[in-house]
Design a protein around this ligand. Structure first.
Ligand code: TYM
Length: 329
């Protein structure tokens, strides 16, 4: 297979947050500068495992599309589409499930994690990694830029593709995960210091602004140590957030003053104000672009339709290859 094919997806289960941005979307946009093909999609079939509200799901799907476009997705260089516009992935899911052991799915961290958070699982949630493997394998993806929480899903996609190939001959390309090198980017913390996640309610919407942004940042967990007490910046959650938005030299100054303590040391409130300002600025242009796309839904629809057409042609070819290999044609 010649060249690189980048693929990734985001679930429309809420408004995309800073974790989605730093762990995934920012890489997806940056990869537009590389040689290769790009497929980025809205994982709406996946979202069905948790959604029960059709109007909300539609709104969330639109929101993911607006987010990508606002942040610089160029439809000339990346196919942006809805997963459900490519029904071939559900056929591939079935073919992959048929060569997948129960044990593999039972070991999924994300599934076990959801159970631990009290979510009652559907069968769909259990076989979720097979749908994700189908997404990846359908487009002959070579590189899958995702956050650290998706690494095991990637390994499962490799295993499932490998099992099918072992049984029926070379049908699927082996994909590799691309994870941000910095730990803070690969696993952006939430307001409580746990991984930022839509399902844990500790997230900050990418385009939050004004008072709601101040309120959100206000919730970042701090402790009761006074400003003048010298502190190790690694013990202050706020620094992980500042690291995302400040340039290295400014970040170092804040750290130095925190380490030194005394009268010149910043309080948490002061650091939060700086963070709000930096977030406002970081997304200012994207916020404006988002508003333009909000006003032009037909343009967004046309981009999604074109993306689906490109994606579907590729997925159909892979599906046909898989059907033929396993004896269904
Ligand atoms: P989802 O919707 O949970 O997250 C979308 C992307 O954002 C990354 N991410 C994070 N990165 C760093 N820190 C965080 N706190 C954080 N939270 C989320 C995720 O790693 C992901 O890259 N199963 C996928 C969607 C999917 C998919 C695929 C991805 C379906 N099919 C095929 C890649 C390839 C998911 O639920 O992502």
């Amino acid at each position: 297979m010649a060249g690189k094919t980048f693929l990734s997806g985001i679930q429309p289960t809420g408004r995309p947050h800073l974790g989605n941005y730093f762990g995934a979307i920012r890489q997806h946009i940056a990869l537009q500068e590389e040689q290769g093909e790009r497929f980025y999609f809205i994982a709406d079939y996946h979202a069905l495992t948790s959604s029960r509200d059709p109007a909300k799901l539609r709104e969330n799907v639109r929101d993911v599309a607006l987010t990508y476009l606002a942040l610089g997705l160029d439809p000339e260089r990346s196919a942006l589409f809805r997963q459900s516009d490519v029904p071939e992935v559900t056929e591939l899911t079935w073919m992959l499930l048929s060569v997948t052991g129960m044990g593999l799915l039972e070991r999924a961290h994300s599934y076990k994690d959801k159970l631990a958070h009290g979510i009652t699982p559907s069968a769909g949630l259990f076989v979720y990694p097979a749908l994700m493997a189908a997404d990846i394998l359908a487009y002959d993806s070579t590189h899958v830029p995702v956050g650290k929480d998706q690494v095991q899903h990637l390994e499962m996609a490799q295993d499932m593709g490998g099992s099918f190939n072992a049984a029926y001959g070379q049908v699927f390309v082996r994909p590799e995960a691309m994870i941000p090198k910095s730990e803070t980017l690969a696993k952006v913390p939430g307001l409580d210091g746990e991984k930022m996640s839509k399902s844990y309610g500790n997230d900050v919407w990418i385009f939050e602004s004004g008072k709601p942004l101040k309120n959100a940042v206000g919730k970042i967990k701090t402790d009761s140590r006074p400003p003048e007490e010298p502190k190790d910046p690694a013990s202050v959650l706020l620094f992980q957030f500042l690291e995302l938005f400040l340039d290295a030299s400014e970040l170092e100054q804040w750290k130095e003053r925190t380490r030194a303590g005394g009268a010149g040391a910043p309080g948490y409130g002061h650091m939060k104000l700086r963070l709000v300002e930096a977030i406002e600025l970081h997304f200012a242009d994207a916020r404006k672009r988002r508003e333009e796309y909000v006003k032009d839904p037909a343009r967004v629809d046309a981009i999604l339709a074109r993306g689906a057409e490109i994606a579907r042609a590729r997925a159909r070819a892979t599906r046909d290859r898989a059907l033929a290999a396993c004896g269904l044609r």
